[in-house]
Structures are given as C-alpha cells and as structure tokens.
Design a protein around this ligand. Structure first.
Ligand SMILES: *[C@@H]1O[C@H](CO)[C@@H](O)[C@H](O)[C@H]1NC(C)=O
Ligand SMILES: *[C@@H]1O[C@H](CO)[C@@H](O)[C@H](O)[C@H]1NC(C)=O
Ligand SMILES: *[C@@H]1O[C@H](CO)[C@@H](O)[C@H](O)[C@H]1NC(C)=O
Length: 466
C-alpha cells in the first residue's frame, strides 16, 4: 500500500514536472528589458512598399487555399474548413483559426484587434464572435497572456470597406507574450512561424499584433524568408490607419512542443532539421566567409556559455585551460556577446562544440552546424528537465549530445545542506512541493565546481566527435 502511494506520487511528479518547469523559463524574462530599449528603427513607409509590390502580387500563383485546406488542416478541421470556410483548432498550448475566405482588418493606432469575416464564413455553433490570443505555446500562462492582446473574429457584421487589397493571405500573430527572451523567440515564435507558414513560400503577409519594432529588426532575416512583404504592425503608426483586406488568413500559429516539430503532424513532413536549415539559410546564405569545415591543422572551436548569476561555473578558467590543453580553441560567450545575435550566430556556425550549464543560453544550439556537439552540464536535481528541454531537442536537430551530470560534491548545495537532507537525497520530492520551493534551491541556488579529472573524459569524447 505504502509502496503504491509512493509510486503514485512519483507518477504525479513526472506529470507535473513539465508544468512546473514551464514556469522556470520565466526567470529569464529579464532580457526583455534589455531588448526593449534597443533597435528602434522606423519601418519603411508601407504605402511605398505596397506600390512596389502590387505588380508582383498579380503574378502570384501559389494556391494558398489548397495549402490551407489540404496541408494545414487535417481530419475534422479539414472538413470544417471545407464546409464553413473557417476552422478553429483549440490545442492545449495554442489556438489557431484558418480561413480560406476573405477577411478585412481595420488597423488603427489603438490595440483593438478585430478581424471581420467577409467571405460568408460560418462560425461553429452559431457564434458571431470568436476571441483568440495569437501568441503560441503559452496559452496556459497567465503572464504571457496578459501581454497578448486578444483578436476578435466577427462574422455576419457590416465590415468597413477596404483601403488596401492584398492578394496573399494574412498570417496574424502576436509578438507580445514572452517575445524578447531568446528561448521564447525561438520556441514560441520562430519554430511555430516556420511550421505554419514556410510552405506558402513567402507569399503571405505577416500582421503582427502587440507589435514591437525591435523584434522584427532582430529577426528580419528570418522574417524576410517567411514573407516577401514588410510586416503590418498593429497598432498602426499614426497616419497609417487603414482597412486591410485579404483573400484568406491564418490567425495564430501551430505549436508542437518544446523546441520541436512533430513530423507526423506537420504539413508535408516538415521536421526540426528543416527548421534548422531554414534558419541557417536565412542568416548565413550571404556570408561568404563562413565555413563549417575545419582545416585539419586548426584546433576545433569550442564555445562556452558563461553564466553569471546562477548555475555559475566556479572553476571556469581551469576548465578552459583543460579544454585548450586537450586541443580545443575556446571562446567564452558572455551574456553581452550573446545579445548580438548576428555576430554570435555566425561564431556558433563555425564552432564544433557548444558547452554550457543547463539554462536558456543553450537555445543558441540552433545556430550550430550539422553534426556539432552540445555538452550540457547538468546541475544537481535537474536531470529530468535538462534532458527534456535541451538533450532531446539537440538530438532531434541533428547534433551529437553529451551530458555531464554533476556529482553532489561538485554542487554548492553540498556546502549548504547535509548529505542526508531531502534537498540532496530526493530532489524529486522537493520539485513536488512546488516551483516556489524548488526554484530557489536548484535553479537559483547552486553554483558548480566541476571535477576536472572526471570532466576530462567528456571533453575528450567531444573532441573525438568534433
Ligand atoms: C506526433 O503526432 C502524432 C499524431 O498527432 C501523435 O500520435 C504522436 O504521439 C506525436 N509524437 C510526439 C513525439 O509527440
Ligand atoms: C516523412 O519523413 C520520414 C523520415 O524523414 C520518412 O520515414 C517518412 O516516410 C516520410 N513520410 C512521408 C509521407 O513523406
Ligand atoms: C574526481 O573524479 C575522479 C574520477 O572520477 C575521482 O576518482 C575523484 O575521486 C573525484 N574527485 C573528487 C574530489 O570527488
């Protein structure tokens, strides 16, 4: 009996861990502030852009309706879309509506986001209005949703007349939520954007609600591969209030889980490796000098993600000396260096091994060249999350993955707690007490001093693989 209840507790624990840990990523939201005050640059005047593009629009042959119907919508949703001209899918993490009929969006300088369904779309259960929050992945997260403006879809209503007619469908999503945090940008926005729209071959117009100019600026290379057109910001800049009309739309984005794409759900068998290639193409295709093949005389480059506030490597210097002695050239990635995505991504694309303690910085693995090695240093009590959050995605993205799990003596927790303390003996039971209990201990409360005798083995393995 007692055994059973322990088993049950364990099971519940494993089910809860993803939820608990979803919250952990928030502690990285500090970087939002950094970005918020950078990179303000007015977009090109939209009207000029429209004039230039109008001619091209006429030549578009992509049949987006067929794509929406036959690739994006599946099963029941496909039937619904065929019958009603619109289908809305409610997933645990994200909502998305797809319409193959016309819409109009009055875009003003306020944040009220209304989409009029002007093509006789029929909403389910005779609803006249559907409201959704088009920031993917974080539907369950109240903080993210507070930062995301709702979009209302209204059927059967007198809609304002069009100022601008677009020939390509709209893709409407929010850059509110946790946009600005690098992990969330990749996981919540770029991967969903890729998997939802890339097969439309840039013949889409992005409408960004909760628009933040720096976001588009930071990811402009990627965004310009997704869409041939400048984005439409919501709210509009003063003087650019217009009613935009589209022949169809996707409102919200699909999301398949942590840094992943589920090939069997994705249109035309897209995978996370396709995402990696797409991202690399968008960032590196014009960089002539980047070469991923190392000259045999050169020492392979290892980039070390250096953490400063928590989960810090206390003997980082000694570790670097060891890596150099073994045969690597080592670059240290400080938070400042990482904040310049353009130069940092290029550095990573020429590197063979990325190493770091578990944390959002490891998201930078998306810039590694195929076949590179990720070494994750796993702090005490964070085995499960380390594997689920970076280990598994690393393998799926086509990287070699090595894990160095610290022993208790390598963690500063061993100085704070006795060996028979629950914190040391049974981290799972601490996680079960709640995130507010476990976060200060395992996430924020430990630094690491690696046993270099033992760590040498991992480095040598990485050198072999590199
Ligand atoms: C991928 O999607 C399919 C179909 O929806 C589902 O059966 C499968 O469990 C998913 N795989 C993963 C790893 O989530
Ligand atoms: C999708 O890709 C997988 C692996 O890349 C392959 O085994 C499978 O046959 C593909 N399915 C389709 C329908 O192309
Ligand atoms: C470091 O690791 C080596 C090899 O695993 C082991 O023999 C040694 O006892 C460890 N040192 C400490 C201080 O734990």
């Amino acid at each position: 009996m007692a055994k059973d209840s322990k088993k049950l507790a364990l099971l519940v624990g494993f089910l809860l861990l993803p939820l608990i840990y979803a919250l952990i990523l928030r502690c990285n939201a500090g970087s939002i502030l950094i970005w918020r005050f950078q990179l303000r640059e007015p977009l090109r005047n939209m009207d000029d852009d429209l004039k230039i593009r109008r001619k091209e629009d006429g030549e578009i042959e992509t049949d987006f309706r067929s794509f929406l119907l036959n690739r994006l919508a599946k099963g029941k949703a496909q039937e619904e879309l065929r019958q009603n001209g619109i289908a809305c899918l409610q997933n645990p993490d994200s909502d998305i509506c797809i319409t193959t009929a016309s819409i109009s969006i009055p875009i003003s300088t306020t944040t009220t986001n209304t989409v009029y369904l002007t093509g006789n779309q029929k909403l389910r259960q005779n609803d006249d209005i559907i409201t959704l929050y088009p920031y993917p992945a974080r539907k369950q997260d109240l903080v993210a949703m507070e930062r995301t403006s709702p979009v209302r879809l209204i059927a059967d209503s007198a809609s304002p007349s069009c100022d601008v007619m677009h020939r390509v469908p709209a893709v409407i999503f929010s850059t509110g939520g946790f946009a600005g945090n690098f992990f969330h940008d990749i996981n919540d926005l770029l991967i969903p954007l890729f998997l939802t729209t890339s097969l439309l071959k840039s013949k889409v117009r992005l409408v960004l609600t909760d628009y933040q100019p720096w976001w588009v600026h930071k990811y402009q290379n990627f965004v310009s591969q997704i869409s041939d057109y400048d984005v439409i910001p919501v709210p509009a800049y003063a003087g650019q209030e217009k009613v935009h009309c589209f022949p169809g739309a996707i409102i919200g984005l699909n999301y398949h889980g942590h840094l992943s794409i589920n090939q069997s759900k994705a249109p035309t068998n897209l995978s996370i490796v396709d995402f990696r290639n797409f991202l690399h193409n968008s960032l590196f295709s014009n960089s002539h000098k980047l070469s991923t093949t190392t000259n045999s005389n050169e020492r392979p480059l290892m980039v070390l993600i250096s953490r400063r506030n928590s989960r810090t490597l206390l003997n980082e210097k000694e570790l670097i000396n060891l890596a150099e002695e073994i045969g690597f050239e080592v670059e240290i990635a400080t938070p400042k260096k990482m904040s310049n995505m353009e130069s940092f991504s290029k550095l990573l694309y020429t590197c063979r091994v990325l190493i770091g303690v578990h944390g959002a910085g490891l998201t930078n693995m998306v810039f590694l060249p195929p076949g590179a090695v990720l070494i994750q240093v796993v702090p005490w009590g964070l085995n499960w999350v380390s594997k689920a959050y970076y280990g598994k995605p690393a393998r799926e993205m086509g990287f070699e993955y090595l894990e160095y799990k610290v022993e208790v003596r390598e963690s500063s927790l061993s100085e704070k707690y006795s060996m028979d303390d629950q914190v040391i003996k049974d981290p799972l039971s601490m996680h079960l007490k709640g995130y507010h209990i476990s976060k200060p201990i395992y996430i924020d409360g430990q630094n690491l001093r690696l046993n270099l005798t033992r760590f040498r083995g991992t480095l040598e393995k990485a050198l072999d693989l590199a």
